[in-house]
Design a protein around this ligand. Structure first.
Ligand SMILES: [Fe+2]
Length: 265
């Protein structure tokens, strides 16, 4: 007995989940809009992947985040290295994203290994972020990434449910029966493009090996939160340079934090 309160054309989604369409060198914009993801095999040459890996292994320009063991912040030198890589420039100038008017954030590395082997619960990213809903994460595999070593599992087309009005762990039982799940099997240098509204999760790894994604988050340059517009793209005169704690006098998150503080005495 299903408790599905989300309705969706499961047969059509399943039919559209064809690797011949979603995993190829050129991005089919219509498929990307519908499914919310695409994989570009061999996006980056092995020599460039090794450049990124060496920089990571030397600890250059990376800062682990205290409360997020799998997420590592990268500085401007990483962003510059990405922007200097021709494959990214070609992709950004192809017009497939926001008609070429793109802004980027500083990149992150997502790591799993013997020390960081947590599962990541089912969620979407857009509901955690300020600004426009339509945006993408570009996940470059720096190692082999697959479901066995804790790689992403995607619920295709779920960005079409739009904002859920809150954020946190999503119950997959609200989806119709037989909803497809895509588990990309990526080699180093492959790129996963994912709409930030797509529901996704990752399991604990079965093999304790290093698994690394380099994530670059892109959004329209006209988003009020855009920080680094590319190639002189137009920006919005309305700008939101706040972090969440500055905006509200009393938000849900602030109330919970205050409650925790009170409980801790
Ligand atoms: Fe996420």
């Amino acid at each position: 007995m299903t408790t599905a309160c989300m309705q969706a054309p499961v047969e059509e989604i399943t039919r559209r989940c064809d690797p011949l369409v979603y995993s190829r060198d050129s991005i089919n914009a219509e498929s990307l809009r519908y499914l919310g993801f695409h994989i570009v095999p061999r996006f980056i040459q092995p020599e460039v992947v090794n450049q990124f890996l060496t920089k990571f292994q030397r600890g250059e320009g990376v800062r682990p985040l205290e409360h997020h063991p799998t997420r590592i912040a990268c500085d401007q030198t990483w962003l510059q290295l990405i922007l200097d890589t021709p494959s990214y420039e070609t992709l950004f100038k192809s017009g497939v994203f926001f008609e070429g008017n793109i802004a980027v954030d500083l990149p992150f590395i997502f790591r799993k290994d013997a020390k960081c082997s947590n599962r990541v619960h089912l969620h979407n990213d857009s509901d955690y972020q300020m600004g426009v809903y339509d945006r993408y994460s570009l996940f470059l595999a720096l190692t082999a990434v697959n479901v066995e070593n804790g790689g992403l599992q995607l619920y295709p087309a779920t960005h079409q449910f739009a904002s859920l009005g809150d954020c946190g762990e999503i119950d997959p039982n609200i989806l119709p029966d037989n909803y497809p799940i895509v588990e990309p099997d990526m080699a180093p240098g492959d790129l996963l493009v994912m709409h930030s509204g797509v529901w996704h999760k990752s399991p604990p790894p079965e093999r304790q090996e290093l698994r690394l994604y380099l994530e670059l988050h892109i959004k329209p340059s006209t988003c009020p939160t855009a920080k680094f517009p590319l190639y002189n793209a137009p920006v919005n005169p309305f700008r939101n340079l706040c972090d969440g704690s500055e905006i509200f006098v009393s938000s849900r998150e602030q109330k919970i934090l205050r409650l925790y503080e009170q409980l801790a005495g």
